[in-house]
Design a protein around this ligand. Structure first.
Ligand code: KIV
Ligand code: ZN
Length: 507
């Protein structure tokens, strides 16, 4: 199979649909992005449409690299064709793209002409375009488009006969637009296949699909497998009404199908953002590949699968690894009432706070309850719950006072339910002394492990802070973790012990 040939129409079909069509300098920015993407052809505009567009086409043709096909649109009218030739004829490989409808409906109600008369106009225009472009550039080419090809099912034989004549007149690319997407892709693909089989094999067949029913990507991708080597696409799917076929989706779908795609896919994401900004057509939340939500997972099952396969090229819930299209943001885990412990663990860890999966399980009911009211919870709210329920555990034990009394002694005052205790603990530092005082009060526990974690100043916002982490032996030998944060490390240690005690003695 031949490699696909990407013919970009952002600067013509995309541009003509903008509320404020681009001027030269804006077109040049997009043009340069197209070169970075390594497209094979760019339709730079419709020179006869305005002086501004003529000038833009002329300029882009003059700066185009040698291997790029530079195309310009022209109706089957001599004036349009001459305008296109003058605007792009000096590029290395100029292509005049002329078009005419052959659909019965359009010939009757829009052109108001007899089909044979329309056929003649098309043939004459192609022949004129060939003659004119070859006069100025021996590499010049002509492309002919059957506007509304998708509506030509009932007169397909007439269309094919016309195209055979058009090819004889000199067209080397035949473009088949689904100018308005009305039918299912299979019907269109059968028509593409028929044209492909009827024309000489050195003629390039091209697909140009609009997205009125949202199937343009599918139709374009499948057109390639039905014989269309040239694929006409637009950046961000810009184009009349609901747009043209989205460039990125076609390129990635073909790549995923094992096709050798001659495009630099890693430039996609950055290009999409620039095009959105310049066209003032926002990328919608759910847009495939480049939309803000394209990497978002909100259900617990999806979050679990996504996180387990996060660094793999093939992900459980995504079509590609985001780096393929130059997207640097990770898969996004958004916590809603549909989410679970894995999401809590991921969100808290990513925010820079230590947490175990057991702690995430413990937090889940409160975080879910908050999400039921709010919807997707901002990270800050989840962290607040973490502080409240992990670093400040309510329970039967309440620390009232902890003071150094000199000579390895510490005074500990606390409440257990309603009973108050005041004891002096001995030990090698505050942790030992606190554990000793608790032992004297009849609440003996074994200290398994202790550590301090330096907390990022940026996270805590109030100078240097450390988190004390205390592991105690709970019921049946289970490890229980108590955490606490305080400016004073001795207080942080004792608070962490009390948090662990409240977990052990919670009932
Ligand atoms: O959609 C269409 O039919 C077109 C033609 C001008 C090619 O854009
Ligand atoms: Zn179009």
């Amino acid at each position: 199979m031949k490699r696909p040939f990407f013919y970009d129409i952002t600067l013509r079909d995309g541009n003509q649909s903008l509320k404020k069509p681009w001027q030269l300098s804006e077109k040049e920015i997009i043009f340069n992005k197209l070169l970075e993407l390594n497209v094979q052809a760019v339709e730079v505009g419709f020179p006869a449409s305005s002086e501004m567009d003529y000038d833009a086409c002329k300029h882009l043709a003059s700066v185009a690299p040698e291997n790029l096909v530079v195309s310009a649109l022209a109706r089957c009218i001599e004036g349009d064709i001459l305008s296109a030739v003058n605007a792009i004829g000096h590029s290395k490989i100029p292509r005049v793209h002329t078009f005419l409808t052959l659909s019965p409906f359009h010939m009757k109600y829009v052109l108001n002409k007899d089909p044979m008369e329309v056929r003649k106009t098309a043939i004459n225009a192609v022949s004129f375009a060939c003659e004119q472009i070859k006069k100025v550039n021996k590499n010049g080419e002509v492309q002919f488009s059957v506007e509304h090809f998708g509506d030509c099912l009932e007169n397909l034989d007439f269309v094919i006969d016309t195209l055979q004549e058009v090819v004889k007149a000199g067209a080397t690319t035949i473009n088949l637009p689904n100018t308005v997407e009305r039918k299912r892709p299979r019907v269109f693909l059968d028509m593409v296949e028929k044209v492909y089989n009827a024309l000489p094999k050195d003629i390039a067949i091209s697909a140009h699909n609009h997205n009125d029913l949202g199937m343009a990507t599918a139709t374009t991708v499948e057109s390639y497998f039905s014989g269309a080597v040239q694929l006409e696409c637009a950046l961000n799917g810009l184009g009349e009404r609901t747009g043209n076929t989205n460039f990125y989706e076609v390129a990635v779908a073909l790549y995923n199908s094992g096709v050798d795609v001659p495009v630099d896919l890693s430039k996609i994401y950055e290009t999409a953002l620039i095009v959105a900004q310049m066209s003032k057509v926002e990328i919608y939340e759910k847009a495939p590949l480049v939309g803000p939500d394209a990497l978002a997972h909100r259900s617990g099952i999806h979050q679990d699968g996504a996180l387990k396969t996060k660094d793999m090229e093939f992900g459980a819930y995504r079509p590609i690894h985001p780096s393929l299209i130059g997207r640097k943001d990770d898969e996004k885990i958004g916590f809603t009432s549909q989410s679970g412990k894995t999401a809590i663990f991921e969100i808290i860890s990513k925010a820079g706070y230590p947490i175990t999966i057991q702690e995430a399980i413990r937090l889940a009911p409160s975080v879910k309850e908050a999400a039921e009211k709010v919807g997707e919870l901002p990270t800050r709210n989840i962290i607040d719950i973490y502080f409240r329920e992990i670093c400040n555990i309510e329970g039967p034990f309440k620390l009232l006072k902890f003071d150094h009394a000199g000579d390895g002694k510490f005074i500990l005052e606390f409440k257990h339910n309603n009973k108050e205790y005041s004891l002096t603990g001995n030990g090698n530092g505050p942790i030992d002394a606190c554990m000793d005082a608790l032992k004297q009060s009849g609440f003996e526990r074994t200290l398994l492990h202790y550590k301090q974690i330096a907390m990022d100043e940026e996270l805590m916002g109030s100078g240097a802070m450390a988190m004390s982490v205390i592991h105690l032996e709970g019921e049946n030998g289970a490890k229980v973790i108590g955490r606490a944060i305080h400016k004073n490390t001795a207080v942080a240690n004792v608070k962490a012990i009390f948090n662990a005690y409240n977990l052990i003695y919670k009932n």
